[in-house]
Every structure is written in structure tokens, then in C-alpha cells.
Design a protein around this ligand. Structure first.
Ligand code: GLU
Length: 564
């Protein structure tokens, strides 16, 4: 019998990795110029934060800093995001007040169809087989997306944004505790040591992973950065593209990506999904990302309830949060997919009457026994936040999907396994195609929820987001409720225990108070307690006096850095 370990199961395995809380304060650096706002970067790694600050000090704005941050994350946090992956970015332009979503989601090769994840017998492949297969790799979108966004909003030359990462790749960086522990995990469960590129990169000749503190240089990555800095199209055409196609086509279960697939990749500008929550405008990413819909559903479902009066120390507040999450996840799982494949519109899922009717389901004292998707009217994994001195804001979540993506490397970076975000089983028992079934040139649903919140005057209030697969939505919703309803600082809200209520079992992080657990169990909730939760929340909030207040998740290695 085939052993099937789901991605979620694997995440739990990984959650055992030590949470390295590096809440170090970066030395403030004077800008030399008086600014209305301070500038701030909150990201998952101190090198990445420093790269962002360096860009801001040297003629770059938030958009330029985002490129500097992402190119460094790809090097120092390759398990999570990188040039071989995809991303969603929300950008708020200070001059116009407009928010634009840049969608750099990976696309399936044209040769893919709904059988992508089925074996010869028509059975879904086990996740472990799929994860590192060539079929898992979608056409990477990060570079094309950053190029489009930079074209719209960058302040300094595209190429300048690559120099920090290029230098770090040449000089090398010290392997962090978290990276080291995740290399070991990947070695336990996958082929990372046996694949030629990653094997040579992370392991010595005896097969031992390089230790924490080992200085790892990546000249191939530096070379890729030089090519892309010269012209972003060099990622999608020419020798680098050929290297990507070769890596996808190699080994077991190869993928069908072609040079044409790469050359055809186009990112998409989209409108954010925004909804009012207690006087704040909460804007997040639209389909194929599910964050904008699910996050706003959770908040909409909570709105009739006085959450401020039932704080994080109360069973009642958490109970409502849990039920709102369960209801929103049920709809997300059933309906959200690539925009053209959705059978229900985002508008129907966020319709006020529909949300009010769903919210009424929460008006009870004990757990809802089972939460199916609703029936709306049918007409139709690293996150960072940057605020620059002008007030421009980037809130961006980028991903290679699972641990080191497909583990396949090209040009010194890891290629994603994003195609595993499609439903493996394309049809239900009645033969109906699921909106999130794989398809030719199609993008899989994402849970990424890069969010920008505006205050009642339409001014920037907070940027927030997280990695964490489908749990992203719950992590981000908790942080927003923590800040807006429970009056916490972003840091305190991030540190609240994560509670993920998707389906009938509610996952509760190990830091959750025992008496609240007991109270929730008494109300009939099925709890899966003492979980480690791998959120990587980063947030920046603007205070009334215009200064910024940032938070970095102690569950990862992130920091907040600012220019004074
Ligand atoms: N692949 C996931 C998504 O796009 C994100 C993966 C993660 O956060 O670990 O929804």
C-alpha cells in the first residue's frame, strides 16, 4: 500500500524545527534627510532587511527595496521563496493612494492537463513523489512580476537592486540555524542530498550538511543575478531558461516545461479585494490567491460581534474567530481557484447579505458540528513589508511552495513545486471538475494573503502577511483581529498563539493557555492542541504621529529594521 503523507502532515514534521527567535535590533542608520515618515523593512532574515535598508538609503524606494530583499531571501532563505518561485505583491503608491496587486503566480506548462497528478491507474500521486518531481515545477513568476512592478514604480535603475544580493552570493553568507535545520529535514524526507546541484551546494564530500555558521558562497546565483540585472528577459530566454527547462525535464517524473512556456510567461496587474472592517479598509490579493476573499470573509463574519469586548484571554473571542475561520475556509476550499475557472465570483462570496447569513451561524454557544461550504448566489511563503520615506508601501508574499521547492536547482536557485497547489484529484465523485483542477497554462490557487490596510481617511495603516500554506489566512486574520479589535501592537498580535480552524478539527499552537483550551473543548470543539505552527508573520503599522511600528515573527529568523 502506498504511504500517503500530505503536505500538511509534512508541515507538522517540519514544525519540530527549532524556532529561532532573532529579534535583534538593526542599528538605525541616519538618512541625512528629514523625512515625514520613517522607513522600515520587516522580513524573514537580517541580511534581507539590511539589503532593503541599503536600497532605501541609496536612492531606492519601497519597490526597489522589495527587489533587493527578494533577491537576498532567494539566497539566504531558499527553503521558502526565490527567483524560481512565484509571488503576489500589493503596492500602495503614496502619491496617488492607489493600491495595485502584482500577480506573479507560477503557471502550468501548456502540456499540462487535469491528469497532471494522476498515475497510470488514475490515482493521485503521493505528495512526497509529486513534491520533487519535474511536474511540480510551474513557470516561475517572481522576476517578470518584479520587472513589471519596477517599471511602474521603481525609483532607481533595475540593475542597482541586484548588487547587494550579488555581493552576498559572491562573498558567501553564514548558514543560519533555521536554514541548517531545514536542510537536515529535507535530507530526511527527500532527495536533496542526491540531486547533483543541491547535493553539491549544501553537503560536504561525506554527505554531511554544512554546519551552522559555515560560509556558503553561490557563484552560480551571482551569475544569474548579473544576467537578470542586465535584462530581466534573460531569466525567460537564453542559457538560464535552457538550464531551467533541463532541470525540470531531468530525473524521475520529469516535467513538460518548454522554452516556449518560459518565454510566454506574463505577470498580471490586478485590483485588490478590499472590504471595510470597523472603519479600516482591508485590501488583499484576489484570485488565484484566496487571501483577499477568505481574510475578508473571516473579518466580515466577525463584524457583528463585539470582538473588542471579548479579548484574546476569552473563550468567546477565540470561539468566534474559530467559527469564522471554519466558514471562510470551507468556501475557499470549494470555490477559489484561477479566476477563469471559478464558478462563483469573489463578489458573491463577499456579498453582504451572504456574509450576514453565514455570520448568523456563529451566533450560538457551542461549536458548529460540521461546516460545509455555503451556497452563495451564483451569477457568475516568505512575507515582507516595506514602507519607504515617501509612504510607498510593499506587502509581498513570495514562495517556492514546499521545502526548497522541487529541490531542483538551476542558476544557483531552487525551482518551485507550485503545481502541487492544484487539487491532485481533479474531479469529485460525481465527475465534476474542481475549479482548482490542473490545466494547460493554468495557475493553481494560492493561500497567499499580502495585505495592506487603510484607515478611515484612506491613509496607510498597516501592511501584513505570512507564509504557511493554507494556514496563512488564519495567521493573518489573527494578527489583524489582534491589532484592530484587541488593541495589540503588531509584535504582540504576531506572538498570539496561532489557531487554525479549517474543517472540523481546530489546530491550536502550543503556547495557547490550558484554561482556554479546556473552555473550548467544553463547547464542543475538536481540538488538536500543542501544535507548532510555522507562521512567518511580518507587519508594519503607521502610528498617529507618522512613525512606524513593526513586528517580526519569533517563530522564524526575521527582524525589523528602520531608517531614522
Ligand atoms: N504554495 C502556497 C500558496 O501559494 C504557499 C506555501 C507556504 O506558504 O508554505 O498558497
Amino acid at each position: 500500500m502506498r504511504t500517503f503523507l500530505s503536505r500538511l502532515g509534512l508541515l507538522f514534521l517540519l514544525a519540530g524545527a527549532p524556532a529561532c527567535a532573532v529579534q535583534e535590533a538593526l542599528a538605525p542608520t541616519p538618512t541625512g534627510a528629514a523625512t515625514e515618515h520613517t522607513a522600515m523593512v520587516a522580513a524573514a532574515n537580517p541580511h534581507a532587511v539590511e539589503a532593503g535598508l541599503d536600497a532605501l538609503r541609496n536612492g531606492g524606494n519601497a519597490m526597489d527595496a522589495a527587489i533587493a530583499v527578494q533577491t537576498v531571501l532567494s539566497l539566504v532563505e531558499p527553503q521558502s521563496s526565490g527567483l524560481g518561485g512565484g509571488a503576489f505583491m500589493l503596492y500602495r503608491d503614496a502619491a496617488t493612494g492607489e493600491i495595485t496587486v502584482y500577480d506573479g503566480r507560477e503557471r502550468a506548462p501548456m502540456a499540462a492537463d487535469e491528469t497532471l497528478w494522476l498515475d497510470e491507474e488514475g490515482e493521485p500521486l503521493p505528495f512526497l513523489t509529486a513534491w520533487t518531481s519535474g511536474r511540480a515545477v510551474g513557470v516561475p513568476g517572481v522576476i517578470a512580476m518584479l520587472a513589471m512592478a519596477h517599471e511602474d514604480h521603481g525609483a532607481r535603475d533595475w540593475a542597482e537592486n541586484f548588487t547587494f544580493a550579488e555581493r552576498l552570493a559572491e562573498d558567501g553568507f553564514a548558514i543560519s540555524p533555521r536554514l541548517h535545520s531545514l536542510i537536515l529535514r529535507a535530507q530526511q524526507i527527500g532527495p536533496i542530498e542526491d540531486l547533483p546541484a543541491s547535493g553539491a551546494y549544501f553537503f560536504d564530500e561525506n554527505g554531511n550538511a554544512f554546519p551552522v555558521g559555515h560560509v556558503l558562497a553561490n557563484p552560480d546565483y551571482a551569475e544569474s543575478l548579473r544576467l537578470i540585472a542586465a535584462d530581466w528577459r534573460n531569466f525567460y530566454e537564453g542559457p538560464l531558461a535552457a538550464e531551467i527547462v533541463a532541470a525540470v525535464g531531468a530525473g524521475d517524473v520529469p516535467g513538460a516545461m518548454t522554452l516556449d512556456d518560459l518565454a510566454a510567461y506574463t505577470p498580471v496587474r490586478r485590483a485588490a479585494i478590499c472590504r471595510d472592517y470597523r472603519g479600516y479598509d482591508v485590501c488583499s490579493a484576489p484570485p488565484p490567491a484566496s487571501g483577499g476573499i477568505a481574510l475578508n470573509q473571516i473579518l466580515g463574519l466577525l463584524e457583528p460581534y463585539d470582538m473588542a469586548a471579548t479579548g484574546p484571554e476569552t473563550e468567546e473571542g477565540w470561539r468566534r474567530f474559530i467559527e469564522a475561520s471554519r466558514l471562510a475556509y470551507a468556501d475557499r476550499d470549494a470555490y477559489v481557484a484561477a479566476p477563469e475557472a471559478m464558478t462563483v465570483t469573489p463578489g458573491a462570496l463577499l456579498d453582504e447579505d451572504y456574509i450576514a447569513a453565514r455570520a448568523a451561524l456563529i451566533d450560538r454557544d457551542t461549536a458548529i458540528p460540521h461546516v460545509p461550504a455555503g451556497e452563495p448566489d451564483i451569477p457568475g511563503t516568505s512575507h515582507f513589508v516595506i514602507v519607504d520615506a515617501h509612504g510607498n508601501v510593499v506587502s509581498m508574499t513570495a514562495t517556492v511552495e514546499f521545502l526548497f521547492g522541487s529541490n531542483r536547482m538551476a542558476g544557483g536557485f531552487f525551482l518551485n513545486n507550485q503545481m502541487t497547489d492544484f487539487n491532485f484529484d481533479p474531479r469529485d465523485e460525481d465527475g465534476r471538475l474542481h475549479p482548482n483542477a490542473p490545466g494547460s497554462g493554468k495557475v493553481p490557487r494560492s493561500s497567499m494573503s499580502p495585505t495592506i490596510i487603510l484607515d478611515g481617511e484612506g491613509e496607510f495603516y498597516m501592511g501584513v502577511g505570512s507564509p504557511g500554506g493554507s494556514s496563512i489566512i488564519a495567521y493573518v486574520a489573527k494578527t489583524i483581529v489582534g491589532v484592530i479589535d484587541w488593541g495589540l501592537t503588531p509584535q504582540a498580535a504576531i506572538e498570539l498563539p496561532n489557531v487554525v480552524a479549517r474543517g472540523d478539527v481546530v489546530r491550536v499552537e502550543e503556547t495557547y493557555p490550558a484554561e482556554l483550551l479546556e473552555a473550548l473543548a467544553d463547547k464542543g470543539f475538536q481540538l488538536d492542541a500543542n501544535r507548532s505552527e510555522n507562521s512567518g508573520l511580518h507587519a508594519i503599522r503607521r502610528l498617529d504621529d507618522g512613525t512606524l511600528d513593526g513586528g517580526a515573527d519569533p517563530r522564524r529568523e526575521g527582524v525589523v529594521g528602520q531608517l531614522e
